[in-house]
Design a protein around this ligand. Structure first.
Ligand code: A2P
Length: 411
């Protein structure tokens, strides 16, 4: 008798559209371009994905970690997934497919060894990071916060309208760490008549609150009035946030992020490299250090901060008031009249000796946050500085990633 062949079974990799915050991390991380997106969803192409898992640890929400056993011929296609509002339930496999012993179903994790370092930064936190809470509040169970402050932190006469916004949670828990982010659900509907997706913002305040001992946090939000190509565009969430008044209510989800976290051990040094609103996590970490200054346990802080002009550099005034022996500040201004155009990577090269000294110390963690474009420039600068010191950058780079000491958050 000819036994029918069992149908080929696939462990299909899916992204939960209800939890995904559309941060693009998975698409950037995927080494074989199996992840794509449209204005609605991020999805995994079943014809390309080899289950290497490279995208799973970096996902800040865990939305990426969904799997369905499917007959391969019936796998959900890209177009179908792009239209989803929620994940479909588990399907019973047809008998023939189910007849395949469970051990024979190719688990995605068996298919390929994870690409060790497909991303430029670490996918693990520093060893002494505090344990973060993530996903306490979701689209279905958002938290309501109250606006207790909203003011502009860039010169009023400049194009960069950047706001410092303080949200208070009252008596309800919203525990966070420096380097984490939250999602904001803007009110109203999108062009398709659906509720807007959440937008992600990094915290600008430390774990014990914007005001120490208060159950609040702050965000640094730039009003978006043009797209990346410079064409006029209205940022739905940034405009909503920048226009909020005191006592307004905001729907918040999160917290998110379990790797871009600061070290907690004594004498840990931080190299912080940022542009514009990428300064938010640097402000949070710096403030954490400032509040602990009397412990005498702080390591060194070396900051590279890029902005068009001084007046467009968020928090310029308070930053310049910090004691010189507390933080080493290097401002890279790109459009200051009468000055040459400088980027953060130029200053990293100029301060090569200090950067090298800190890189040689295993207590040093590096954080990069801001424009996507600076990622390559910063890596090149760190490589040049290392090589000039007679060291092998690829060995150091691997160690920084393996030890959770090099972190990127770019957009
Ligand atoms: P530029 O004047 O060339 O735009 P923004 O104000 O747009 O948020 O940018 C913050 C700063 O980052 C600006 O000084 C901007 O310079 C700078 N910048 C732009 N592209 C890069 C890049 N590839 N690497 C480093 N800095 C950059």
């Amino acid at each position: 008798m000819n036994a029918p062949l069992p149908a080929e079974v696939l462990k299909q990799h899916l992204i939960d559209p209800e939890i995904c915050i559309r941060c693009n991390t998975c698409e950037e991380t995927c080494p074989i371009k199996a992840i794509t997106h449209d204005s609605n969803n991020y999805v995994v192409d079943p014809d390309i994905c080899n289950g290497c898992m490279a995208c799973v640890p970096p996902c800040p929400t865990g939305a990426i970690d969904n799997w369905r056993l499917m007959v391969r011929a019936e796998a959900y296609g890209v177009q179908e997934q792009l239209g989803w509002e929620e994940l479909p339930g588990e399907k019973a496999l047809p008998e023939m497919a189910a007849a395949l012993p469970a051990d024979d179903v190719p688990a995605a994790t068996d298919l390929a060894a994870p690409a060790p370092f497909s991303a430029p930064g670490a996918t693990v936190p520093p060893w002494s990071a505090a344990h973060p809470y993530v996903n306490l509040y979701t689209h279905k169970t958002p938290m309501t916060a109250t606006v207790v402050g909203n003011y502009r932190v860039t010169g009023a006469d400049t194009e960069s309208d950047i706001h410092h916004i303080v949200l208070d949670f009252g008596e309800l828990p919203f525990p966070v760490l420096e380097g984490q982010s939250i999602g904001i659900l803007p009110p109203g509907l999108d062009a398709q008549g659906r509720p807007h997706h959440a937008r992600q913002y990094s915290l600008a305040s430390p774990r014990d609150g914007e005001r120490a001992g208060y159950n609040n946090l702050s965000l640094t939000v730039k009003r978006v009035t043009e797209d990346h190509a410079g064409a006029a565009a209205h940022g739905v969430c940034s405009n909503y946030l920048c226009d909020l008044a005191k006592n307004d209510k905001v729907q918040v989800i999160g917290p998110f992020g379990h790797t871009f976290l600061m070290p907690n051990h004594p004498r840990a040094n931080l190299i912080m490299i940022c542009t514009g609103t990428g300064s938010a996590p640097m402000r949070a970490m710096t403030e954490r250090y400032r509040r602990r200054i009397d412990t005498g346990e702080n390591g060194r802080l070396l900051l590279f901060f890029g902005a068009r002009t001084e007046r467009e550099l968020p928090y310029f005034g308070p930053l310049m008031k910090l004691p010189r022996d507390f933080i080493d500040i290097n401002l890279a201004l790109s459009r200051e009249t009468g000055q040459p155009k400088r980027y953060v990577q130029d200053l990293i090269r100029e301060r090569a000796a200090s950067v090298r000294e800190l890189l040689a110390d295993r207590n040093t963690c590096i954080y990069v946050c801001g424009l996507k474009g600076m990622e390559v420039g910063v890596l090149d600068a760190l490589r040049d500085v290392t090589v000039q010191g007679g060291q092998d950058w690829s060995i150091l780079h691997d160690a920084l990633r393996r030890e959770g000491r090099l972190h990127f958050e770019t957009y």
